[in-house]
Design a protein around this ligand. Structure first.
Ligand SMILES: Cc1cc2nc3c(=O)[nH]c(=O)nc-3n(C[C@H](O)[C@H](O)[C@H](O)COP(=O)(O)OP(=O)(O)OC[C@H]3O[C@@H](n4cnc5c(N)ncnc54)[C@H](O)[C@@H]3O)c2cc1C
Length: 496
């Protein structure tokens, strides 16, 4: 289609708008969606497809939120930022709420590796393979392994269990830090969760991941988001990028639209894909909510942030096959606090072999992205000078870590650069550069938003469960359904 088309877009006999930066909006909408992360885009697509008049507003100059990428050296290098792996459920979600074409490009990663002082292992990341490794390698009795997985799959969101991850692991695997590392380290990387988080969040995420392994989108994030943009326009969603919503308008205790550049766009419903705390406290304002809800919102803890090092190889340079996703660490044990340390000794390498990840591009280079979780405050407090020094240190340590797998990697690289929590904050407007939304309590605030301010909904990474590509997209589906019920209810009321 025409991914870069700016202006009017003709589709299915209706004229939809891909607004230019200076275009003013002169119409009302059924729904305004603030933010084009996977939750915002998925909700917008469903609502547009179902015949509602939808406007999608994005502050950045591209769609996708964290599902993003960037080019270097005149597009000869492309780096995916959050395409490391997601659960199999993404295939069904994309097929149902996006397109068969998108779903058909989702493929499994077959080679996930762990390399740390406690163990060196290779897994397909399926439940069967994990169980086998726990029995064969870690010598955990088979009945305990079975009981553990049965427990995970039987966990129910509504059980209201207070057990933490740490307590659950102690119950099943007392004194086995190595087993906990095997089970927990990938999830800590995937969503920032720790041993203090509720076991239910681990159970849901891990069961999803473990059911059938880890998946990726073949073609790259740019291709995926391009296809999503086409689909949104085909479904009559109007889109305006480089447009930051400053305020959500409230009239008579009801959300009525948004303010952009001092101008008002009216809507029956507003769906925010921005951070839940900024939505309530900044874009709406505490004065519009009951005091108890404001207190609850203020108590929501943000999740941790991320650092990444992006490495692009010279034209024609190759590396031996070292796996697709490698969880590496030189730290002796599993320690969630150490995983966040600015002097981190653990990192995950995602290796993008062009023939696997971008088969459509004969000139695609090998790209390697190293990810670590980290604390925003550690980076925020640095002087400009120290910030650059820490970045250089991180790059150097990453190279040393990678040399264990590819000894001559330095001579093969053309591009190497790093992103920190400040980069995350700058590009996504998430307070404190939170890469995985909020801790568990954020889910309640998000889901109850419309009860405290009718006409306003939230969809986006919250509560650990609703974060990651699948969690965010599925939350968009849930909230799109809730919005449709709300609109239908209003219509019915208006009729009587
Ligand atoms: C480094 C990193 C690696 C990751 N790796 C993985 C992975 O391998 N697998 C996985 O499943 N998940 C991964 N994730 C997490 C996953 O990418 C996110 O959970 C998911 O994409 C978040 O989607 P979202 O809908 O919550 O919105 P976000 O991606 O947070 O997007 C929100 C959007 O709203 C826009 N916005 C905010 N405020 C405004 C405003 N006022 N006006 C207009 N627009 C606004 C922002 O610009 C942004 O585009 C990773 C995240 C990071 C940071």
């Amino acid at each position: 289609m025409f991914p870069s088309l700016i202006g009017t877009y003709i589709a299915q006999s209706k004229v939809c708008m891909l607004y230019k930066i200076r275009d003013e909006i002169h119409q009302d909408y059924d729904i305004v969606v603030i933010g084009s992360g996977l939750a915002g885009m998925t909700a917008a697509n469903i609502l547009g497809r179902n015949g509602h008049k939808v406007l999608l507003l994005e502050s950045h100059n591209k769609l996708g939120g964290f599902a993003t990428w960037f080019f270097r050296h005149d597009r000869s290098h492309v780096f995916d930022i959050s395409l490391h792996g997601f659960p199999v459920g993404m295939i069904k979600t994309c097929r149902k709420y996006w397109s068969k074409e998108i779903a058909d490009s989702i493929v499994q990663l077959h080679d996930v590796r762990f390399v740390n002082p406690q163990f060196s292992l290779q897994t397909t990341f399926t439940k069967e393979n994990y169980a086998k490794i726990m029995v064969d390698h870690f010598k955990v009795p088979v009945d305990i392994v079975d009981a553990f997985f049965t427990h995970l799959t039987s966990m129910n969101f509504y059980d209201n269990s207070q057990e933490t991850n740490g307590q659950m692991f102690d119950r099943f695997f007392p004194g086995r830090n190595d087993v906990v590392r095997f089970l927990m380290e990938p999830i800590t990387y995937a969503n920032g969760s720790t041993l203090d988080d509720p076991a239910i969040s681990y159970g849901i995420v891990f069961s999803n991941f473990m059911s059938k392994g880890v998946y990726t989108f073949r073609g790259g994030t740019d291709v995926l988001v391009g296809k999503m943009k086409d689909e949104l326009l085909k479904n009559n969603v109007d889109i305006k990028m480089q447009t930051r919503v400053e305020r959500i308008i409230v009239e008579n205790g009801r959300a009525r639209g948004v303010e952009i550049g001092g101008k008002t766009v009216r809507a029956k419903v507003v769906l925010s894909n921005a951070n839940i705390r900024s939505t309530v406290l900044n874009m709406v304002g505490a004065e519009h909510f009951p005091e108890s809800f404001v207190t609850e919102t203020k108590a929501v803890r943000l999740n941790s942030s991320s650092c990444q090092v992006y490495m692009g190889l010279k034209a024609g340079a190759k590396i031996p096959y070292i796996g697709e996703l490698i969880f590496t660490s030189s730290y002796p044990t599993y320690n969630p606090e150490k995983l966040l340390d600015i002097k981190v000794s653990s990192r995950t390498f995602s290796v993008y072999y062009p023939e696997i990840s971008r088969p459509q591009d004969p000139d695609a280079r090998v790209a390697i992205v190293s990810s670590t979780n980290c604390r925003y405050e550690d980076w925020k407090k640095l002087s400009a000078d120290d910030y650059e020094k820490e970045k250089a240190f991180m790059i150097e340590e990453t190279l040393k870590g990678l040399e264990a797998f590819v000894p001559d990697i330095r001579s093969k690289l053309e591009v190497i650069e790093a992103a920190t929590p400040l980069t995350v904050e700058r590009y996504t407007l998430h307070p404190a550069g939170a890469s995985f939304g909020t801790k568990f309590e954020g889910l309640n605030v998000s889901m109850n938003l419309h009860k405290n301010l009718p006409g306003l909904y939230h969809a986006g990474s919250v509560g650990i469960i609703m974060s990651g590509w699948l969690g965010a997209a599925n939350y968009g589906v849930i909230q799109a359904n809730a919005i449709e019920s709300f609109l239908l209810n209003e219509e019915n009321h208006a009729r009587v």
